[in-house]
Write a protein that binds this ligand. Structure first.
Ligand code: VG1
Ligand code: CO
Length: 588
């Protein structure tokens, strides 16, 4: 356990974004890129009073290329920084929600995890020529707050050396069990324990949902399921939940073996990238019924996860559920889930600003607490922990984002498996009587629209734009807020144009420049943001929403219902002129 202090120097651009630091894998593989970031995190933890010699450090990742090597590097640096106990997910794996669950659930008080390094670039592709990433989660199981990530970044700009126990033996992450290394003279010992990647998470889910009710649904003759893990980390969890716990046939799982390049695919569960699943469910990549599926039998329920398994896509038989609708429907039906029912019903909900207002309508009707936060899961954590932080109790709590992220306060991350089990619970509740015709995903969504109205929604992503032109476009809009506010344009009346700023109601911190909003007087919106998860250049996101209450207008094709607003957004932003990009890379 001899500690070496290895000279180092600052490397530019190590600022964590929406969810951790993501860069090309090759950048991460070049020493001391990872070392600097990990050491800077330890220095930031010491600076904020976390005693890393107590408790446990958790380490795991989504299995992408360099996952295995990165783990060994982190173990050596952690041991040198005084960490005495580490847990590593078996095979080096931990999904993002499972990491959150392990931090919160595993071990006696004296061993509880103080934090976790999760090795993932989430939905970004993996492999030697793609992306790698790292994020740090705190003892509440949630992503490090901006306070901490800013401090980590400051440290990366002044670092002059990192510490490492270079002689620490390679840990075999395949086999469950502990490796203990004693310092010469026995003054100190460090234990690295390879632990199950799935036990805590699956155990926690079993306390939330009625597994026997879901089992009964899966046993129905007229019900079938297809779950696509997209070769990300979800495979082992999907097997543990659906096959081992719920007794489903393994054939309902596709791409369930984690691969370090996600099988060459783009492990992002949306209509464009989850194309095999979308096709199998009888849909086109625009979410419309695929004429080729006419007369064919397709599964009643389909779902997919991203690389680190915190995202989810929900599909019915030839039917796409938008993520914004999904979170609203789960909230409206929360009492189908024992976790919420047993706590006296849902008490609070939140969505990120660009997510549609469908959830707002549910909160209003249920008369519960509602919050609109900036993009990224870290902002939900304070609301969930409000009571512990001396504020109000908003638990039980549900939140979601338009980017296929949904979850609750059972952990402090979005949780792809949770969302799927939530939908299966709702379906199970609607289909208790095996003699009755199956109530489908589509039936449930249409019923929701009939009650609340429909929030037509779409997101246009322009990937790989130059940072300069993207910033120019944002600045161009900023300079026009005043003349747009109150203007009538192309049949729309603009009530307000501004830039979203969030004051955290729990700790009072302010997050500014969180997206440009052009709000119409009828409640429709066009929102612009620059992505904080890319690894090179800039990605522009344009979010479009239109609310429709008229019962005769609930069945429009979204792209048609939204075309006027899309045109207005492109015109006002001058996106085409300023970036030279005619069409988006992805539409979700
Ligand atoms: C994107 C999504 C955001 C999500 C984030 C992390 O961020 O828009 O809603 O929380 O990814 O998800 P951005 O800054 O690129 O828009 V994940 O599954 O990549 O951790
Ligand atoms: Co993810």
């Amino acid at each position: 356990l001899a500690v070496t202090s290895v000279p180092s120097a600052p490397i530019d651009g190590q600022k964590p974004g929406t969810s951790g630091l993501r860069k090309p894998t090759k950048t991460f593989m070049k020493d001391p890129y990872l070392h600097n970031f990990v050491q800077s995190t330890f220095d930031a933890l010491k600076g904020t009073g976390t005693d890393v010699t107590q408790g446990t450090l958790l380490i795991g990742g989504d299995g992408r290329y360099f996952n295995d090597k990165a783990i060994q590097i982190i173990i050596k640096i952690a041991a040198a920084n005084g960490v005495t106990r580490m847990w590593v997910g078996q095979d080096g794996l931990l999904s993002t929600p499972a990491a959150s669950a392990v931090i919160r659930e595993r071990g006696p008080e004296s061993q509880k995890a103080f934090g976790c390094f999760i090795l993932t670039a989430s939905h970004n592709p993996g492999g030697p020529d793609e992306d790698f990433g790292i994020k740090y989660n705190c003892e509440n199981g949630g992503p490090a707050p901006e306070k901490l990530t800013n401090l980590i970044y400051e440290n990366t700009r002044t670092i002059s050396s990192y510490k490492s126990c270079e002689a620490f033996p390679e840990v075999d992450v395949k086999a469950i069990g502990a490796t203990e290394v004693k310092a010469a003279g026995g003054a100190r010992s460090v234990t690295v324990d390879v632990v199950s990647a799935t036990d805590e998470h699956v155990g926690l889910l079993k306390t939330i949902f009625d597994f026997s009710a879901i089992k009964a649904l899966l046993a129905r003759e007229d019900f079938s399921l297809l779950y696509d893990s997209m070769h990300g980390v979800q495979g082992p969890y999907a097997k543990a939940v659906f096959v081992d716990e719920l007794g489903a046939d393994p054939s309902c799982l596709s791409n369930a073996t984690p691969k370090d390049d996600f099988g060459g695919g783009h492990a992002d569960p949306n209509l464009t990238y989850a194309k095999d699943l979308v096709k199998a469910m009888g849909l086109t990549n625009k979410g419309a019924k695929d004429p080729e599926s006419e007369g064919k039998k397709v599964p009643s329920f389909g779902a997919a996860a991203d690389g680190d398994a915190d995202r989810n896509m929900i599909l019915g038989d030839r039917f796409f559920v938008t993520p914004s609708d999904s979170v609203a429907i789960i909230a409206a039906q929360a009492n189908c889930i024992p976790y919420f029912k047993s706590k006296g019903g849902l008490k609070g909900v939140a969505r990120s600003m660009p997510t549609s207002g469908a959830l707002d309508l549910v909160a209003k009707k249920m008369n519960i607490n509602f919050f609109e936060t900036p993009t990224g899961w870290k902002f939900f954590g304070n609301l969930m922990d409000s009571k512990e932080l001396g504020g109000q109790d908003f638990s039980p709590f549900i939140c979601g984002e338009e980017s296929f992220g949904t979850g609750s306060d059972h952990v402090r991350e979005k949780d792809g498996m949770w969302a799927v089990l939530a939908w299966l619970s709702i379906l199970a509740d609607f289909n208790k009587d095996p003699a009755q015709k199956l109530v489908t995903v589509e039936d449930i969504v249409r019923q929701h629209w009939a009650t609340y109205g429909r929030n037509y929604y779409t997101r246009y992503d322009y990937e790989g734009v130059s940072a300069e032109s993207a910033n120019k476009m944002m600045d161009h809009m900023r300079s026009h807020f005043a003349d747009w506010t109150g203007a009538e344009m192309d049949g729309f009346s603009i009530a307000k144009a501004d830039e979203f700023e969030y004051k955290d109601p729990v700790d009072g911190s302010i997050a500014s420049r969180q997206g440009i909003r052009i709000l119409m007087s009828d409640g429709s919106r066009v929102v612009f943001r620059l992505s904080g998860t890319g690894s090179v250049g800039a990605t522009i996101r344009m979010y479009i929403e239109k609310y429709e209450k008229d019962a005769d207008k609930l069945d429009q094709v979204p792209s048609e219902a939204l075309s006027g607003l899309v045109a207005l957004g492109l015109k006002l932003s001058q996106l085409r002129e300023l970036t030279g990009r005619e069409n988006p890379t992805v539409i979700t």
